[in-house]
Structures are given as C-alpha cells and as structure tokens.
Write a protein that binds this ligand. Structure first.
Ligand code: SAM
Length: 292
C-alpha cells in the first residue's frame, strides 16, 4: 500500500484528478502517517470489526482501516471524491463507499445488515462544521456502538471531557459522558493536514458505557433540561428552565423540584453534575408540565 499519508502521494492524487477543496464540506486531509497510526491503534481495530468511516476524503485513513478491519463502510458527501476513492481503494474488496450525507444514512440499518446488530466501531477525521450533530445522532439514535474514535477541533475534544466548574462544561460534555467514556489520545497541529485548518485538532476516543452511569426515567426530558440550563448560561437554573421553549413547567414546580434536589434556588445550571441533572429530571418527570 503506497500510503496517502505522505504529502507527496496526496498531492499526486489531487493533481491527477484536478481536485478542488470544498470549504463548505470541512475538507482538511490528513498527511501524517504517525497520526494515522495513532488513530488506528486507539480504535483497537481487529479483523473481527466492522468499521464505519465518516468522510473518507481521498481514502487516506480508509486504506489503513481496510488493512486492519474485517469490513469498512465509508460515507462521503462530495461526489467529486467518489472516482478518486474508486482508484485509491481498488486493492481492497472489504470496503463499500456510500455517496451520501452521513446525517441522512440509517446507521442502525447498516449495523443490522453488515454486523448482525453487534456494536460497530466508528472512526473519522470529522468535518468540524457538523461534529456535534454527528456524535449526538450516533448516540441518541441508539446505534449499537463499541467506540467512536475521531479527530475533532481541540476545544471540542476538551469540552467533551470536562466536568462542572469549568467554562467549557456544557450540554455536549454531559451528553458524551452519559453515553461514553471520553479519552483524548493526541493533540494534532494544523501542519498535519492539507490544507491547514485555522484551529488545533485532537483525536478523542469515546468508549460506549455498557451501562449508563446514572439511571434516568425519561432520557429525552433530561436532555431538554440540560439544553435549557445551558441556553442561558449566566442565568439561574430556575430562569433557564422557566424560559425554555422546550419545557413548560410552572415556576412553582421548578422551584419545588430544585429544593427537592437539595441545592440553593440561586444555583446556575452549569454547577450541576450529570448525576444531579439525572436526579432533577427524575423529580420533574413525576410532575406535570402546564399547558400554557
Ligand atoms: N478522512 C479524510 C482524511 O482524514 O484525510 C478526510 C477528512 S476531512 C476533515 C472531512 C471529510 O468529510 C471530507 O472528505 C468531506 O467531504 C466529508 N464530509 C463533509 N460533510 C460530510 C457529510 N455530511 N457526510 C459525509 N461526509 C462529509
């Protein structure tokens, strides 16, 4: 395999196909073999695994995945990359490229057809403009997932890992930590990509919890509460929940529930841990939302 992770090889392919980078698709191709090795090692891919790759680009990481996995499906939105992928992946008979927006692909169906509903591994150098919807989509649609090993913007990787008391803590931290154990694997500087992104990047592995760390009666309600609490970060939790368009609990019910939780009424949402959000959600799920 002549690795595309070497800049000259990537340049040769881009020139051969006269490829123009599309900014709107977040195209920054990896040109560093050490980083590729780190991603593949962190994902712990074996010949048993079915791997979903999101955004293969010209197939740089896909080649590594094909070498290491049993089967790979790569979903790429840019139709101009499809003939390139046919060329760069022609040696492999264990890969399927789907020309589609990953947000429109039924990944549950894919896992069912290709992996007998068993947990799949997701590996990607993500397009940064849709990092959060991709991750949330994978978790919230309850796709059977073993792990997600992804390159994201450095700040986003940090946000996924932190707890209360930091300014990066937010809805993404709570959602990720509810579903998975996050672990930053490596920081990756802009010169590892072509073209260079304006921001630093990091590889993070999200290992799906076998059992969620907190027990929640109504997951959807908990996430509505979390979103409402961080929509207006500088406001109190009471006001955040009261002003949310997604919730319709009266101020009295909200105050009563926060008191039941055992925290002061002046507390801000950003001070609550995942466990406390789960408790608050369980308290509120027993109360009725008002119609107004
Ligand atoms: N994996 C390649 C690499 O590491 O060199 C390319 C990574 S590049 C950061 C992101 C890739 O995702 C691009 O190829 C881009 O066209 C593709 N992409 C962007 N939005 C997408 C979407 N909604 N669905 C599928 N692929 C998408």
């Amino acid at each position: 395999m002549a690795t595309l992770g070497i800049p000259q090889n990537t340049i040769a392919v881009l020139q051969k196909y006269n490829f123009n980078f599309q900014k709107k698709f977040g195209q920054n191709f990896l040109i560093d073999t050490h980083v590729l090795d780190k991603i593949i090692n962190a994902a712990e891919i074996t010949k048993e695994d079915f791997v979903l790759e999101i955004g293969p680009g010209i197939g740089t990481m896909t080649q590594y995945l094909c070498e290491n996995a049993r089967e790979v499906v790569a979903v790429e939105i840019d139709k101009n990359l499809i003939p390139i992928l046919e060329d760069t992946l022609k040696e492999y008979d264990n890969v399927t490229v789907i020309n589609e927006d990953v947000l429109k692909v039924d990944i549950n169906k894919l896992a069912e057809e290709k992996n007998n509903k068993k947990p799949i591994k997701v590996v990607a150098n993500l397009p940064y403009y849709i990092t959060t919807p991709i991750i949330m989509g994978l978790f919230e649609s309850h796709v059977p997932i073993d792990s997600i090993t992804i390159m994201v913007q450095k700040e986003v990787a940090e946000r996924m890992q932190v707890g209360p008391g930091t300014k990066e803590y937010g809805a993404l931290s709570l959602a990720v930590q509810y579903y998975a154990k996050p672990e930053i694997i490596a920081n990756v500087p802009p010169n590892c990509f072509m073209p260079r992104p304006k921001v630093g990047s990091a590889v993070i592995r999200l290992t799906r919890h076998k059992e969620t760390p907190v027990q929640v009666e109504d997951e959807k309600l908990m996430f509505r509460i979390i979103r409402a609490s961080f929509n207006q970060r500088r406001k109190t939790l009471v006001n955040g929940l009261k002003n949310s368009g997604e919730l319709s609990f009266s101020k009295e019910i909200i105050e009563e529930s926060i008191e039941e939780l055992g925290v002061p009424l002046t507390i801000r949402g950003e001070a609550l841990s995942l466990e406390q959000f789960a408790m608050l959600s369980n308290i509120l799920s027993k109360k009725t939302e008002s119609k107004s």
